[in-house]
Design a protein around this ligand. Structure first.
Ligand SMILES: *[C@@H]1O[C@H](CO)[C@@H](O)[C@H](O)[C@H]1NC(C)=O
Ligand SMILES: *[C@@H]1O[C@H](CO)[C@@H](O)[C@H](O)[C@H]1NC(C)=O
Length: 433
């Protein structure tokens, strides 16, 4: 019996080198789809992972959540639409006996249907995305039922960053928090602490809209690691059509955008686990240079959002604060907050030729759909100033931030106070001629 178990475990970890690998019945599909990972396939559960401290009581919660699953934007969407025809090439190659995919995986792919909204409604929040936000909030309410039981209008603030899919996500969140309707604040006009980089001309010009930002990720797409994945795909699928990186990204997008928390898309069968890990790293590099340690100014934007957390808990501590602050924003903002806090920081910059297997910077952990960073302020009974702050990421205690995941009030203030003076005047660039 034990031997059998061991064998199963061994098969799970070796699956990518065994030729009879079928996606549909693998007991252990690779679930990490970088920034498009469905929340429910990898989340924790705050109800189980809440850190219980005797003599302490939660008095305020601050949460920053990424919007839930949404449709692709128009550019990626159009590449995905173009790539749909690859399904026919794959079936044909299989019929000719050139493919080593499994019969059931081919059949599932042939029977796959898509919701027209996928391409017709770019950026629209999906039903799954709405439920992700709602589920997080519902579990929060169950965990902190005493605090969140009966919210009056001064007890809460819910606000999305601008954009329809953030506005829909926050509705899901609020429905999970309360069965009675609560007011949702409109997005902030002008500089928004939930997306301050969007009002920063220097960031937009030098980072977001600068092709150099994405060059490291593109460079990795010509590394031997990436080319090996491409060859592997080409051989497994047995198609004559020569796949470009754009085609491979489109197939990867078809796999992840049409997967959900409990069912994975048949498009994922085109990739082995090893291939998926290579795709994941392409995205890690984009995040690293667009919103992480690869660009020095990114941490400043994270500091702006974290200043709001500091002030919000200082007010709660003085008895004038809110019970819950719930913000919805983008993956970019989430990355910037981690960067300000020096979380997920590797010793060396990410390489563009070879991925480090045990790297800390993983978009599949940090920037998935509905990723959430939650801080809980506790009042404890050893004196009037006895407060602490516990952080959670995707509903698991964030151990790396303070010892065992619990920051004393002093540690919390020491960490965040230097952020209060963050200036954005560097954003103003001379309009170049
Ligand atoms: C493959 O990618 C190229 C660009 O690299 C594009 O022109 C072509 O239409 C794509 N083919 C499919 C089937 O998506
Ligand atoms: C597909 O198989 C045929 C023979 O069955 C062979 O001639 C052809 O080269 C194969 N194509 C590829 C891309 O492997």
């Amino acid at each position: 019996m034990k031997l059998l178990l061991l064998l199963i475990v061994a098969l799970c970890s070796l699956q990518s080198v065994i030729s009879v690998y079928c996606y549909w019945n693998t007991g252990c599909p690779y679930k990490y789809f970088s920034n498009k990972t469905p929340y429910n396939s990898v989340r924790g559960d705050i109800r189980d992972s809440v850190i219980k401290l005797t003599g302490c009581e939660a008095v305020s919660i601050w949460s920053l959540t990424r919007h839930g699953q949404r449709n692709p934007g128009p550019d990626y969407g159009s590449s995905m639409k173009d790539a749909l025809v690859i399904r026919d090439y794959v079936s044909l190659a299989y019929k000719k006996g050139n493919s080593s995919l499994c019969a059931q995986d081919i059949e599932n792919l042939q029977n796959w249907h898509f919701n027209k909204d996928l391409f017709d409604k770019p950026y629209q929040l999906t039903k799954e995305g709405f439920l992700e936000s709602q589920g997080i909030a519902r579990r929060l309410r169950q965990t902190f039922s005493k605090l969140l039981g009966n919210l009056e209008s001064n007890d809460y603030l819910f606000r999305p960053a601008p954009g329809a899919w953030m506005e829909e996500s926050v509705k899901g969140f609020v429905q999970g928090i309360s069965s009675k309707p609560l007011t949702i604040q409109p997005p902030s006009p002008g500089l928004d602490i939930l997306a301050p980089y969007e009002s920063c001309p220097k960031y937009l010009k030098e980072v977001k809209y600068n092709p150099e930002t994405y060059a490291p990720s593109a460079k990795y797409q010509s590394s031997s690691e990436y080319l090996a994945a491409k060859d592997r795909m080409q051989r497994r699928l047995g198609i004559d059509y020569s796949l470009t990186p754009t085609n491979i990204t489109a197939l990867y997008d078809l796999c992840r955008y049409t997967s959900s928390g409990n069912t994975f898309s048949p498009w994922c069968a085109l990739f082995t686990t090893e291939d998926l890990k290579v795709m994941e790293y392409v995205a890690d590099l984009r995040h690293y240079y667009k919103s992480g340690y690869g660009t020095p100014m990114t941490k400043l934007f994270g500091q702006i959002a974290l200043t709001d957390l500091l002030k919000s808990f200082q007010e709660a501590k003085s008895g004038k604060g809110r019970k819950i602050t719930g913000y919805i924003s983008h993956a970019t903002m989430m990355d910037m907050v981690y960067t300000a806090l020096k979380l997920f920081k590797d010793d060396a910059p990410l390489s563009t030729s070879k991925r480090k297997l045990d790297r800390k910077w993983r978009s599949s952990k940090m920037s998935i759909f509905s990723t959430n960073f939650i801080a809980v302020l506790n009042k404890c009974n050893k004196g009037p100033d006895d407060y602490n702050v516990i952080f959670y990421l995707n509903e698991e205690p964030l151990q790396s931030i303070c010892k065992e995941g619990v920051c004393t009030w002093k540690e919390f203030e020491d960490k965040l106070t230097p952020f209060v003076d963050t200036k954005t005047d560097f954003c103003n660039i001379d309009p170049s001629p």
